[in-house]
Design a binder for this molecule. Structure first.
Ligand code: GAR
Length: 214
């Protein structure tokens, strides 16, 4: 069976990229990581991809006159590599409506909170300050508004008494590494549908949420 060709966009450490690489190497996983593109030349994640002979590419946004010309270069590369699904994994650039429309429903992101709570930066600090008893992470389709779009999977993680940002971030990150490969698997298996901006997963067994189409 054909596997889905995934392109991963990173800006830094790449631990979610690593989770996707590891999943893609397990027998029967329905997606392959066909390329990794970083907007930051020395992003740690690039070395993770190189170690497993995945094509890497740096497209440094600072070399472009504006957002759209950067994104045109990005778009061209993704096309060149035959990418079918783009995963943002710690990719810290806001994308324009043009790029988001171009990759609509083929572009996903992971964010370290239970969206719609705490979009943007300093997520864990915001969660601790707000006094919530649980936080978590979200994989969602990307829409022009930052950290917004149809939710594919979420995992809830407790906020414990005495937690600081680092402790909470580490606990949430473990959950991120679990749900990102799972979300990609659901999409690659063709189980994810979007209807009126809500995600429906067409397989009860694979569900981490309670909406079912069949
Ligand atoms: C992850 O926690 C990811 O959820 C977050 O950046 C981190 C990247 O870590 N992304 C965002 O905040 C996007 N809004 P990683 O490079 O080790 O995967």
């Amino acid at each position: 069976m054909a596997v889905l060709k995934v392109g991963v966009l990173i800006s830094g450490r790449g631990s979610n990229l690593q989770a996707l690489i590891d999943a893609a190497r397990t027998p029967g996983y329905p997606a392959t990581i066909a390329c990794v593109i970083s907007n930051v030349p020395d992003a740690q994640g690039l070395a993770r991809a190189e170690k497993t002979n995945i094509l890497t590419q740096v497209i440094d946004h600072r070399a472009f006159k504006d957002r759209q010309s950067f994104e045109q270069a990005l778009d061209k590369k993704l096309d060149e590599y035959g990418i079918e699904l783009v995963c943002m994994a710690g990719f810290m650039r806001l994308l324009t409506p043009w790029f988001v429309a171009r990759w609509r429903d083929r572009l996903i992101n992971i964010h370290p909170s239970l969206l719609p709570a705490f979009p943007g930066l300093d997520t864990h600090k915001k969660a601790i300050t707000a006094g919530v008893t649980s936080s978590g992470c979200t994989v969602h389709f990307v829409r022009p508004e930052m950290d917004h779009g149809p939710i594919i999977l979420q995992a809830e993680v407790p906020v414990l008494i005495g937690d600081n940002e680092q402790a909470l971030a580490a606990r949430v990150l473990e959950a991120e590494h679990r749900i990102y490969p799972e979300a990609v698997r659901l999409i690659a298996d063709g189980l994810v549908n979007i209807h009126e901006e809500q995600v429906f997963v067409a397989n009860v067994d694979a569900l981490a949420k309670s909406k079912v189409t069949q």
